[in-house]
Design a protein around this ligand. Structure first.
Ligand code: ATP
Length: 337
């Protein structure tokens, strides 16, 4: 693909009998922020190390900025900024001194190194901390300095491995906003790995769910939720003042409505999956049946539900299984003709 900055074809890495990465095929395009989302041990770091040419694939290829990462790791290193999950600095040196050191190591010309380092520190929000020793930096400040380290050589793509690990929630928000801003302003391609779905959801254009070395699905959130929840187009969540005394009677009555597909009753909470949006009819039904409604909510699917579908439905243990059991497990379902 013309626009592809990262192109992985059948990328596989075995450690003995363990397939840490299993036939990974992925394209990340220029200017995109792609989130590799998966639990601990999914194989994210191994995949990244192969993209950087730091470990050799057992099979397949990783092409980054047009270079085969295994055959040409130095060329890839020139184009890619990599921030590992734990960034180290010289504690007794200031932020500026640390950054100048990294910039020089990366071959930034002496004539411009100081100006660029100052600009970069301002850009990542450390303008006021230029002369502070990094030993006194918080984890969030260290991540910002790590980002400056990565960006100082003006890479085409940055790869961030668990970049928000150990930062407090407001720091995470600011850090992710910064990544997005930099990507949008400079057309920078970003691949970030994380197991924090909420964070990935905030910042990424597209995500891939990676489990047991396999990429289970990839796409933007809309596509993922449309694919995974095609059967569960409209889900209405009704909260009642009191728990339902005879759930089976309620379920039976609700299933008489044509659009109602599945129902789950949990004390005073009822989730109803429908083929069309019949929320007004459902509310009318409850009122007519003399239930006191305290809440009505139409459910929207985000990464939470997508993640839950994969990780809490035991699909992690059997990735060959086709997704689809989210509602079937807990919901009373209308039998199909
Ligand atoms: N050098 C190695 N030798 C043997 N096994 C390894 C090696 N590196 C990683 N593994 C194994 O490969 C699998 C994938 O590990 P990897 O670090 O890539 O996962 P990850 O998704 O990055 O996890 P985390 O989020 O915990 O960093 C794990 O089971 C891990 O134990």
């Amino acid at each position: 693909m013309e626009n592809a900055v990262i192109q992985l074809r059948g990328l596989t890495k075995c450690y003995g009998k363990l397939k840490a990465v299993d036939d990974l095929n992925l394209v990340v395009n220029k200017g995109e922020i792609f989130g590799l989302l998966g639990p601990n041990g999914a194989g994210k770091t191994t995949a990244i190390l192969m993209m950087l040419g730091l470990t050799e694939p057992t099979a397949g290829t990783a092409e980054v900025c047009g270079y085969n990462a295994t055959a040409n790791p130095i060329a890839v290193k020139r184009k890619v900024g990599y921030m590992p999950d734990s960034v180290g600095f010289y504690d007794s040196m200031t932020a500026l001194e640390n950054l100048l050191y990294i910039a020089r190591l990366n071959g930034v010309a002496e004539a411009e190194v100081k100006e660029r380092a100052h600009d970069m520190l301002k850009e990542v929000g450390l303008g006021a901390d230029i002369n502070k020793k990094t030993g006194a930096f918080s984890r969030g400040m260290k991540q910002r300095l790590g980002l400056a380290d990565v960006l100082i050589k003006q890479p085409e793509v940055i790869i961030l491995d668990e970049p928000t690990l150990g930062i407090d929630p407001s720091g995470v928000k600011e850090f992710l906003a910064l990544i997005r801003q930099l990507s949008r302003q400079q057309g920078l391609t970003v691949l970030l790995s994380s197991h924090h779905l909420h964070q990935v959801q905030q910042v990424c254009d597209r995500v891939g769910i990676f489990v047991g070395g396999k990429l289970l699905v990839e796409g933007n959130l809309d596509q993922l939720s449309r694919n995974l929840f095609a059967e569960e187009n409209y889900v209405v969540d009704i909260t009642l003042k009191e728990p339902v005394a005879t759930p089976w009677r309620l379920e039976h009555a609700l299933l008489q409505m044509e659009a109602v597909e599945k129902i789950a009753v949990n004390d005073n909470n009822i989730e109803i999956a429908c083929s069309q949006n019949v929320t007004p009819d459902i509310v009318r039904f409850f009122v007519n049946e003399n239930f006191d409604i305290t809440g009505v909510q139409q459910k929207e699917y985000g990464l939470d539900e997508i993640y839950q579908k994969y990780f809490e439905n035991n699909l992690t243990e059997n990735t060959d299984e086709k997704p689809g059991g989210f509602f079937q497990k807990s919901f009373l379902q209308k039998s199909k003709q």
